[in-house]
Design a protein around this ligand. Structure first.
Ligand SMILES: NC(=O)c1ccc[n+]([C@@H]2O[C@H](COP(=O)([O-])OP(=O)(O)OC[C@H]3O[C@@H](n4cnc5c(N)ncnc54)[C@H](OP(=O)(O)O)[C@@H]3O)[C@@H](O)[C@H]2O)c1
Length: 329
């Protein structure tokens, strides 16, 4: 990619769609020599983020808890992107104590990180509350605390790049949620949909607060929050053996395409947030059509998400729960 304008000195994010520079989701700019990490890059949206970033000539590292699944994903990308530069690093976001070792192994393979996409996520339907091995509610612990702690360990690699980005994948579902700062772990009132939405909202507060703290620290790293809209497997092109969409499933899902999209398109916001030199730290990006499908565009930061006092309290709680601080002062 040609030189990107520094995100560190960036002004407040644009909230106007009228001024959005054009962007071709099917032809993102080349980025040879750059290094990107995608958590959960072995499946779903994360796989397509990795595939699309690989096509830019960059080195893409798949963070995956299962090396065999990472191998399948890399084989699929190589079949589509000749000469793709790929690596995998074993990474379980539900196990906080494993993350320093995961990042150590990454540090042996790459000298810097130009972006990390915090994509991995777990969404449970079961009515019974589950916990990580560390004793955190599973979705809050994996989706939010896992990425919070991972950012801490990745910071030296990110700081070694000229202008790195942390791209956090949130969810449109978080727009209608509010955090319960007195019960972040959903111990008192567990409902799976609410706990998931709150875990995604926590991630989004984190992404916003991270940018404020990085700016205050004079860091060259910027933080951007994105969401993929609604992304269904049944609208997602096949990538056998990772994902196979039958003709029947595609036909049955066709009406849903009026409202939502597949995971290939769900990757577009994150890919733009990684590559577009015009994307600014502290920004929120999502699909153009009702926030659910279509090409990525900047969104006005949701009113509750702009509440820096909630974000700061969540940060303090997350620091205590993980014993780490991504931007230690
Ligand atoms: N799909 C949607 O409509 C939608 C909407 C809004 C937001 N999102 C967000 O977009 C992201 C991707 O969603 P998706 O639909 O692509 O999900 P997905 O197909 O279920 O893929 C989730 C990915 O996260 C990985 N993962 C789960 N737990 C992990 C852990 N403990 N450690 C490391 N990796 C872990 C999975 O690895 P395994 O293969 O090992 O399970 C998989 O690679 C998530 O953050 C999700 O919350 C999705």
């Amino acid at each position: 990619m040609s030189s990107a304008s520094p995100t560190s000195a960036a002004p407040s994010p644009s909230t106007s769609t009228a001024t959005v520079p054009s962007w071709d989701v099917r032809r993102p700019p080349a980025a040879p020599g750059r290094v990107f990490l995608v958590t959960g890059g072995n499946a779903g949206i994360g796989y397509f983020v990795a595939e699309q970033l690989s096509a830019t000539g960059a080195t893409v590292v798949l963070g995956s808890r299962d090396p065999a699944r990472a191998e399948l994903a890399m084989a699929s990308i190589r079949a589509r992107v000749p000469g793709a530069r790929l690596r995998a690093v074993r990474m379980d976001l539900a196990d906080l104590s494993s993350l320093p070792t995961a990042v150590e192994s990454l540090t042996r393979a790459v000298e810097r990180l130009d972006a990390v996409v915090h994509n991995a996520g777990v969404a449970r339907d079961e009515r019974t509350r589950a916990e990580t091995g560390d004793g955190h509610e599973l979705m809050f612990g994996t989706n939010h605390l896992g990425h919070f702690a991972l950012t801490r360990w990745l910071m030296p690699l990110l700081s070694a790049a000229p202008t790195a980005r942390v791209v956090t994948v949130g969810s449109f579902a978080a727009k209608s949620e509010r955090l319960d700062l007195g019960d972040l772990q959903s111990r008192q009132d567990y409902r799976p949909g609410t706990a998931y939405g709150r875990s995604k909202l926590a991630q989004m507060y984190f992404g916003m607060e991270l940018d404020r703290r990085l700016r205050a620290a004079g860091s060259t790293v910027a933080s951007v929050v994105v969401h993929p809209g609604g992304a269904l497997d049944s609208l997602t092109p096949s990538r056998p053996p990772l994902h196979v969409r039958t003709t029947g499933a595609a036909l049955r899902a066709a009406p849903a395409a009026l409202m939502v999209q597949g995971k290939e398109a769900g990757a577009w916001s994150a890919v733009r947030a990684v590559l577009d030199p015009d994307v600014r730290g502290g920004g929120l990006w999502g699909p153009r059509v009702f926030g659910l499908r279509g090409e990525p565009r900047p969104e006005r930061v949701w009113k509750h998400l702009a509440d820096a006092s909630v974000a700061a309290r969540l940060w303090e709680a997350s620091r205590e729960l993980t014993g780490t601080d991504p931007v230690a002062r």
